[in-house]
Design a protein around this ligand. Structure first.
Ligand SMILES: Nc1nc2c(c(=O)[nH]1)N[C@H]1C(S)=C(S)[C@@H](COP(=O)(O)O)O[C@H]1N2
Ligand SMILES: [Mo]
Length: 552
């Protein structure tokens, strides 16, 4: 049992307990051993989270490891996660990491039944992983290492201390000799009497200490979470007030959507806007710390602050952005009134030299994106607002890129801090290194929103309605057919501009029973959305969307 005490020399073999008598319990019971492992882990993680709450939430070793895992995960794993869990992919990752860590902590605890060494090694290794993850995050600095270091130290200390308490408790359950041996291991100087009541006292003491650690970890973790929330958009955006564009977008005309018939509203609210990114925890940038650096193929390097952008004449543009990972019929497409400054005007501050074909942008968390310079100069926006408000943090506060017509991964950098003009041959952006295409204009697509799949609709005339998009080309027509019959041309919603989606509706006379309807869009160049289903990799899905329902 002695080898179990804190301060045991590493050379001491696990069961070299002097004075140990045959028949005396040699090991911690499994339950307390596992509990000690779990509580050591919990205490370490919670304190790491608390310190990160003060320094900056992303310094939390748990989140840093998660963010690193996302960046290191092989592309197919990430695509699977996005496909399977959608926007919940991050919650699933957090839950999965929690389960794995819990399992490892139980195992570490169980391996430490003869002595705290295995669990100590586990805590140190895990802490080191946290340190390495925080160290490697592009949005974190050396000070942020305090969070994982605190987690490591607290994890080790709490584990060893609770282990000692548990050992003492176990000894009490055993016999006097072993209790005596353990007495020397007391780390807190608490006197343990030799009375027959000692076993109960020891056990109670262990339970009280464990509960104390659990409560303490809960308080620390919650505190960290609350402190982290402090720096929300609220924090630095609150004083910004409403953004009033010098050139507002034209109002959305009546008849642009068929929301009462089941299409989305033409403008997506900020809270409903789809979200896709690699950030497990959203980067929280304060405007006073934000700067945008323009460099590379420019006449002079320039660094712009938030006020520099805000003081330029602001424009407002209605744009539909779309994710390349969107499956046929998928939800990763939304429309907003983006407020910002034309990227052409921003880049003019630095002077664009001829020769560059790529605008290589980097976010504060190190994500990168390559956009054709021609598209950027033609219609790119450095957006600081969405639907009249500062950008929500999930959508890139304080500033992001929006370049209509290109999938988000090659055009829509959120939390942008760096713009470099170079050549596509010089530098490869984040998703290119993971097998996605260098150029990715949005493909013509259409989706059926009503009737909802597998519902029953009343007999008679059935309204089928949905969305279509072919950004920068425009939608020419949408056709719908039922059960493989003749194509019917749908009525289109009023066009807003070429950068946005278009809603459609059609009435079909369908008899009672099950029906399958399909839709296909044709863009203004005359090209019809192809029937063949192609997966999103490497440059966007194709195929006709279909839906099944019953007429009753
Ligand atoms: N910093 C950063 N910006 C990013 C991404 C990212 O992972 N990190 N993802 C891009 C992708 S793939 C898409 S589709 C759009 C989505 O923007 P949204 O979340 O505002 O809808 O953001 C783009 N900008
Ligand atoms: Mo995307």
């Amino acid at each position: 049992m002695e080898s179990g005490r804190p301060g045991a020399t590493p050379s001491e073999p696990p069961s070299s307990s002097a004075g140990h008598r045959a028949g005396a319990p040699d090991r911690l019971p499994a339950g307390p051993a596992a509990l000690v492992g779990v509580l050591g882990l919990g205490a370490g993680l919670a304190v790491g989270h608390l310190v990160a709450g003060v320094l900056g939430p992303n310094a939390s070793p748990f989140l840093a490891v998660g963010n690193t895992a996302i960046d290191l995960a092989p592309a197919p794993v990430k695509e699977f996660a996005i496909r399977t869990f959608g926007t919940h992919d991050k919650l699933v990752l957090i839950g999965g990491m929690g389960v794995v860590l819990l399992g490892l902590a139980v195992v570490a605890g169980l391996l430490s039944r003869r002595g705290p060494r295995p669990g100590t090694v586990f805590a140190v290794v895990l802490g080191a992983v946290g340190v390495a993850a925080v160290w490697s995050r592009p949005d974190l600095g050396p000070v942020d290492l305090l969070a994982p270091v605190a987690a490591l130290v607290v994890g080790v200390v709490v584990f060893r201390w609770l282990h000692a308490v548990a050992v003492r408790r176990g000894a009490r359950v055993g016999d006097g000799a072993s209790a005596e041996g353990v007495e020397g291991a007391a780390v807190d100087g608490a006197a343990v009497d030799g009375s027959p009541a000692g076993a109960g006292t020891g056990r109670r003491r262990f339970l009280v200490m464990s509960a104390g650690v659990a409560v303490g970890a809960g308080v620390a973790g919650t505190g960290g979470q609350l402190l982290a929330g402090r720096g929300d958009t609220g924090g630095s955006a609150v004083g910004l007030g409403p953004l009033t564009p010098a050139t507002p977008a034209p109002p959305i005309p009546a008849g642009a959507d068929f929301a009462p018939l089941g299409t989305p509203s033409f403008i997506t609210s900020n809270s409903d806007f789809y979200r896709v990114d690699t950030a497990l925890s959203v980067p929280r940038v304060r405007v006073e710390n934000w700067a945008l650096r323009l460099h590379g193929g420019v006449d002079r390097e320039v660094v712009l602050g938030y006020a520099d952008i805000r003081d330029m004449p602001l424009v407002e543009r209605t744009v539909t952005i779309t994710c390349v990972s969107n499956e046929v019929g998928g939800e990763y497409v939304s429309t907003s009134n983006f407020i910002g400054v034309p990227l052409r005007d921003v880049l003019e501050r630095a002077g664009v030299k001829p020769g560059a074909d790529q605008l290589f942008s980097t976010s504060v968390d190190g994500w990168t994106c390559g956009t054709p310079v021609a598209d950027v100069l033609d219609r790119g926006l450095l957006a600081i607002g969405m639907n009249g408000e500062p950008l929500p943090i999930e959508h890139g506060f304080p500033a992001r890129l929006v370049v209509p017509g290109l999938y988000g991964y090659v055009s829509a950098t959120k939390w942008v801090v760096d713009l470099e003009l170079n050549r596509f041959d010089d530098k490869q952006a984040y998703w290119l290194e993971r097998g996605w295409a260098q150029r990715a204009p949005i493909k013509t697509q259409s989706r059926i929103d009503a009737p909802s799949p597998f519902t029953t609709v009343p007999a008679g005339s059935v309204t089928v309605a949905g969305i279509a998009y072919a950004q920068q080309r425009g939608i020419g027509k949408v056709e719908v057919r039922a059960d493989g019959g003749p194509w019917r041309t749908a009525e289109l919603g009023t066009e807003v501009n070429l950068a946005t989606w278009r809603m459609w509706r059609v009435e079909l006379d369908l008899g009672p029973g099950e029906h399958t309807v399909e839709c296909r869009a044709t863009d203004r160049t005359g090209a019809t959305q192809p029937e063949a289903r192609v997966a999103p990799t490497p440059d966007g899905a194709t195929g006709w969307h279909s839906t099944q329902f019953t007429v009753g």
